[in-house]
Ligand binder design. Structure first.
Ligand SMILES: [Zn+2]
Length: 212
């Protein structure tokens, strides 16, 4: 994408900023009050506001490679800091962890990157490797392992999320819900994992929404 497209896009935004000034003025004066923490992949095709139609101020976003939540005891604390801030200070009611098909981070687990030239990628992806190990240790057919690892990674990152006391407390009190989501790049569908049935179903037909 040439830079000129970004600049012309900014000009359009600037016009919108003026024409919808009340919205932006309210956000600037009253501060943010998002009800949803979105933890998604940094993949440029997985744009949370595009997928959900959320407006500025509605989603607190954290995006990283492979939508990872390091366990609370981990030294990698950037995502954990955002989790604590969203739960304790912003008092969000929902946390979405959204994986996606064709995830390069999960694909990279099949052929480990060179730790010499890519030490940070190597270290980061170790946080997703338990998902691949779990799938490899199951009877999932070889051709299904990639997608299954993507799904399992979402569920295991939800488990990591619960290692944060503020999240565990919030879930226990009923004020906080965790939503494991999967965005399908090919169909545009978003699926949510249902704990009771153990299956993934489209959120368009889900009774459990993100009502606050
Ligand atoms: Zn990804």
């Amino acid at each position: 994408m040439p830079t000129s497209k970004l600049i012309s896009g900014y000009r359009e935004f600037r016009d919108k900023f003026d024409s919808e000034h009340e919205v932006f003025e309210r956000l600037a004066e009253e501060g943010q009050n998002p009800k949803v923490l979105w933890i998604g992949c940094a993949d440029s095709r997985v744009v949370p506001e595009l997928i959900t139609g959320a407006d500025p101020g509605e989603l607190f976003d954290v995006r990283n490679i492979a939508n990872v939540v390091p366990p609370a005891a981990s030294a990698a604390c950037a995502t954990g800091a955002a989790v604590e801030y969203a739960v304790i200070h912003l008092n969000v009611s929902h946390i979405v962890i959204c994986g996606h098909t064709d995830c390069g981070g999960i694909k990279a687990l099949e052929a480990s990157p060179d730790p010499g030239s890519q030490p940070h990628i190597t270290s980061w992806l170790e946080l997703a490797r338990p998902a691949r190990d779990r799938v490899l240790g199951s009877d999932v057919a070889e051709e299904d392992r990639y997608l299954e690892t993507i799904k399992t990674n979402v569920l295991m990152q939800c488990e990591n999320l619960r290692s944060y006391p503020c999240v565990a407390d919030g879930e226990q009190s009923g004020g906080l819900s965790i939503h494991p989501w999967l965005y399908d790049l090919f169909t545009g569908d978003v699926l949510e994992f249902d704990q009771d049935s153990g299956t993934w179903g489209t959120i368009a037909e889900s009774a459990a929404g993100l009502e606050t």
